[in-house]
Design a binder for this molecule. Sequence first.
Ligand SMILES: [Zn+2]
Ligand SMILES: [Zn+2]
Length: 188
Amino acid sequence: MQDLLNILFPKSCIFCQKKGFYVCEDCFSLIDINPFQFCICGKIKGKLKCRDCFSFLDGLFVCSRQNQIIVDKIINNYSKIKELSLVLSLIIITHLFLLKENEFSNFAIYPLLSNKKELKRTGFDKTKEIGKILSQKLKIPLIEEVKNTKRMNVLILDISYNEKMENISKQLKENGVNKVLGLVIKKH
Ligand SMILES: [Zn+2]
Ligand SMILES: [Zn+2]
């Protein structure tokens, strides 16, 4: 079935139109994946949170560097091409790998779900799709509700950093979650 689909509707790179992948290897290599950890306000390198970080999160992983047309185009096309979830997951996993940050055994991943209008438009939940892949690759459970956290730390996932992430983090903290980290493809 997959082969037939590929023959009838061949995949091609959204940037260079090369056949085979939605983002080919050459174009993927042009993505500037962030090799560093910065505090949430962005002032201090190598720190999760500084004294000036005004946030309910304990830290924020920003997987790509600011203002990249290539990343924005992948995100924009993701509404139409569900399989781009794999490319976006690869950006996240590469960032965590560059940081040597792979110890999430005590964490659950919490994707911030799309609203109903957005779901109707795309037909799938964009953040949840990435969350499912990360849950599998990082070997951590996926949760969809604040009350399901039990005694775990939480990694809140979204495409970019936003107010909802702060609100959920606040609720999780009030529910007794010890550590809440944000994980985003890009900061804004
Ligand atoms: Zn390409
Ligand atoms: Zn800071």
